[in-house]
Structures are given as structure tokens and as C-alpha cells.
Ligand binder design. Structure first.
Ligand SMILES: [Mn+2]
Length: 345
């Protein structure tokens, strides 16, 4: 069932209506996309803490496990992992509001998709990915904003509650902005992003702690896997392209855990002249190849990903899934590059 879309970028009328809805205690569920990243966990925890401070009963349900380096954001163990239990089904069915964060289509929340779709709760989407689907009653979608976390800041501000942002909300928001902007360097990092960051620091976000928790908290196996992956970088000079492939057996050799390959794709882009970087990771359990794309400048990896692998995301960062073997996925990738020769030169 699909509702009318009121607006892409939340209007003043939407804000007033949501303010009205939130003026009395509500039962709320917050969900983010499968394989959560810093922005998904950061935005969920920031919104959850804010809503609970306001007197609502808010719960976060993650479609599946999330990486260890983000656990510190959930120091009270408030994030439930979806397990299809009666308790969780009741929470979703009986909620007044469901916030869906950092994704543009219910497909992205895995097995929770049908439950959320069927729930009569008011659905509020907050997200910065391209082409949001029309499942939500309120759509706060802005593809120019760095991160869903930055949008959560603006959302709280729109509701007139900037003063309710405490240090733990500030740290959760800071985390998602930092991770989704490659530490404030991607083109989506605006002067407004920096104003938001400035305010978060004033509200007590400990930037050194956050940086240490996210980036300086690695298991030795993860660093050795990185070293292995970097050794495997292949360059295709005629397309200014770099790519890495990791087979399931490689991951097993390094005692792989979720999140261990996060960010490896960006190393390709750090090579002189490279405009387009990709990583292909085999997942034998799900029988898929997970693909991430990154680009510099005008090369649109959202389009490349959509045209080639039916994936999507942003202009400079996108992802996809292939159900072919690792080797035939690479063949498809190399063939697709031919169509983009001019754009890559
Ligand atoms: Mn995001």
C-alpha cells in the first residue's frame, strides 16, 4: 500500500503536522537499512535518544547485525536485532510512528519489509539517497545533504528542539556525518555541514574519542585483510579505474567479521589519476557478490551501478549486488566499462 507523497523536502506544513503528532507520547519504531553503517546507527541512536527525552516510547530495530566498531554508540544496548519474534512483530504492528532512516526503498530493510509495509503506523522517511520510493506518509528526502545524521540535526532543529541535543545525541550525529563524508572531504560536505559540526562540538561531542572509536579500534585480522586486499588492487589504466576482488576463502583466512572490509574501496581512489574504484566481495552464505563503487569528480557511479548491476546510491558512492559468480561479475564489470570510456577519460 502506497500513500500520497506530500513533498520531497519537508515543507513547513509537514513540520507543523509532525509537531502536532509528537505533541503527545507516542509508540515509535526506528529502522535503518540492512548492513548498517555509521550513518544508519548514528541517525537511529540520535533520533531514538531525542524521542525518548521528549517522553515517547521509542525503539530501534536493526534488520541484521551491525559492526563492532559502532557498538559504543549503543552503550545501553537499546538496538534490537530483528529476529521476527512476537514481541518485535507487536512493536511494529502497534507502533504509532515508524521512522525509516538512511534508505530509499523498503527492500533495503530485508525481512522487515512486509511488516513495515503492512503496519498502519505513520511512516516518516528521512534519507539522502537518490530516488526514494513512495511508501512513506512524510518524506524528508534531500540528496544534497551529506548524511542522514545531518538531516536528523535539521529535523530536530525544524521541530524547534535544538536545545534538546545533548552530548550523546551530538556524538551519534557527528559519527554519521564523519563516516558518510569520508571525514569531511566528500563533495557533499557543505559549509552548513561544518556549521552543524561546530554546534555539535559546542554541545559536547568528543571528536577525538569518536575518531578513535571508529578508526583506531581495529583487530589485527582486519589490518592484515586490508594489507591483503591492497596487494590485490588491479588497475585498468585506459579507464582510470582500480578494483579489488575478495573471495570468501580470502575472508575466511583473515577471520572476517562484518565491517572488516568497510572503506577498503576508497584506497583505489587514492591512486594518482584513478577516477573510479570498485570492490567485489564474495558472500558464499548468501550466494551473492557485494559490490561497492566510488568515484571522484563527475563520474556518476549511481548511474553506472544502476545500469550495470541494478544497484544505486549516490553520484560518488554507490553499491550493488550480483548473483553471478565472482569471475563472471568481473567480466560484466569490465565489459560495462567500455561504454563509459569517454566519461572516464
Ligand atoms: Mn547515509
Amino acid at each position: 500500500m502506497y500513500y500520497v507523497v506530500y513533498s520531497q523536502i519537508m515543507t513547513q506544513k509537514d513540520v507543523q503536522e509532525i509537531k502536532g503528532i509528537l505533541s503527545e507520547p507516542k509508540k515509535i519504531v526506528i529502522v535503518h537499512h540492512k548492513n548498517a553503517d555509521g550513518d544508519a546507527i548514528g541517525s537511529s541512536m540520535a533520533l531514538n535518544t531525542y524521542l525518548n527525552i521528549c517522553g515517547h516510547k521509542s525503539n530501534v530495530i536493526s534488520p541484521n547485525k551491525f559492526p563492532d566498531f559502532l557498538k559504543w554508540l549503543d552503550n545501553k544496548n537499546e538496538i534490537a536485532i530483528f529476529n521476527n519474534s512476537d514481541h518485535q512483530i507487536n512493536l511494529i504492528n502497534n507502533s504509532d510512528i515508524i521512522f525509516t532512516l538512511d534508505f530509499n526503498s523498503l527492500e533495503r530493510c530485508g525481512d522487515m519489509k512486509d511488516l513495515i509495509n503492512k503496519s498502519k503506523a505513520i511512516k516518516i522517511l528521512i534519507d539522502h539517497h537518490e530516488n526514494p520510493k513512495n511508501y512513506a506518509d512524510y518524506l524528508y528526502s534531500d540528496t544534497k545533504i551529506s548524511s542522514t545524521c545531518e538531516m536528523i540535526y535539521h529535523f530536530i532543529e525544524k521541530l524547534g528542539d535544538n536545545d534538546k541535543i545533548n552530548s550523546s545525541i551530538a556524538e551519534a550525529i557527528y559519527t554519521g556525518i564523519m563516516t558518510d563524508t569520508g571525514s569531511f572531504k566528500f563533495s557533499s560536505t557543505s559549509s552548513i555541514t561544518h556549521k552543524v559540526i561546530s554546534d555539535l562540538l559546542e554541545k559536547g561531542a568528543d571528536k577525538t574519542k569518536i575518531h578513535n572509536e571508529i578508526y583506531d579500534n581495529n583487530r589485527i585480522e582486519k589490518i592484515k585483510l586490508l594489507s591483503f586486499a591492497l596487494n590485490k588492487i588491479e588497475i585498468i589504466p585506459e579507464y582510470n579505474t582500480a578494483f579489488i576482488t575478495l573471495a570468501q576463502k580470502d575472508l575466511n583466512n583473515f577471520n572476517f567479521r562484518k565491517g572488516d572490509t568497510e572503506g577498503i574501496v576508497n584506497y583505489g581512489l587514492s591512486i594518482k589519476k584513478i577516477k573510479f574504484a570498485a570492490i567485489f566481495i564474495e558472500d558464499k552464505k548468501e550466494n551473492i557478490i557485494k559490490i561497492s563503487f566510488r568515484s571522484k569528480g563527475n563520474f556518476d557511479v549511481n548511474k553506472f551501478s544502476g545500469d550495470t548491476f541494478n544497484g544505486g546510491g549516490h553520484k560518488n558512492a554507490s553499491g550493488a549486488i550480483s548473483r553471478d559468480s565472482l569471475s563472471s561479475t568481473i567480466v560484466n564489470f569490465k565489459n560495462a566499462l567500455k561504454k563509459y570510456k569517454t566519461e572516464l577519460n
